[in-house]
Write a protein that binds this ligand. Structure first.
Ligand SMILES: C[S@@+](CC[C@H](N)C(=O)[O-])C[C@H]1O[C@@H](n2cnc3c(N)ncnc32)[C@H](O)[C@@H]1O
Length: 201
């Protein structure tokens, strides 16, 4: 399912965003790196930021085993720490945002890390009843895409669109089946208009 989900999201990203081999990209929360391994040949280089030491180890082993040259891994909690002044043309994440406590803050960080004209792609769960993770989970029960879109507008993003990218079909503890929708939301950071801010009218 993880491979199928990453492939579905990669396919939708390719349809909506004009990926470019000159672009520097950032994946936030790559886990085992499935999505970036699918997108790596259409981008110049990808920085993978994950807060889990275990995931970072798996990623580095995979990169070495597959002799991948354009993926770079950073062990960092992007919610708590900053990642310097690096700028990217594309930032994307899959099934990470619902684990982040302060979503507005992380979206502000994405904006600050993007070049003007850069793209953001967020793939995550649509609002659900909490059964995806079950009791004890302290993150978000998915997102209403319209609410997330409004948050992106507030942080300066434009050209926002979203669609269902994948449906997780899960067998629950009681044997019943349940479907969880995964949306892909894309947005871009407008380029400043020529002459804007000059004060000359
Ligand atoms: C549910 S996994 C998703 C992994 C992968 N994107 C996928 O779809 O298979 C969430 C990942 O985000 C990472 N993560 C969560 N919060 C993070 C943070 N604040 N900074 C960096 N990585 C984070 C976790 O360590 C984990 O690898």
């Amino acid at each position: 399912m993880y491979h199928e989900r990453a492939a579905a999201v990669a396919g939708e990203i390719r349809k909506v965003i004009p990926l470019n081999r000159e672009w520097r990209a950032l994946e936030f929360g790559p886990g085992t790196g499935l999505l970036s391994l699918l997108l790596k040949d259409q981008l110049k280089e990808i920085t993978l930021i994950d807060s889990s030491a275990g995931m970072v180890k798996v990623l580095n082993e995979k990169i070495a085993a597959e002799a991948v040259e354009n993926l770079k891994v950073l062990h960092l909690d992007l919610e708590q720490e900053d990642h310097g002044d690096e700028k990217y043309d594309l930032i994307y994440n899959l099934m990470v945002l619902h684990h982040v406590s302060d979503v507005e803050k992380i979206i502000g960080k994405f904006r600050d890390m993007l070049n003007p004209g850069g793209y953001l792609a967020v793939a995550d769960l649509c609002s659900e009843d909490g059964s995806f993770h079950g009791g004890g989970f302290t993150g978000h029960r998915g997102f209403n895409p319209e609410t997330l879109a409004a948050m992106l507008v507030d942080r300066g993003f434009a050209g926002i669109s979203h669609k269902t990218a994948y449906v997780i079909d899960r067998v629950m503890a009681d044997g019943s089946r349940k479907q969880f929708e995964v949306f892909l939301m894309t947005a871009s950071l407008p380029k400043p208009k020529a002459g804007a801010g000059s004060g000359v009218s």
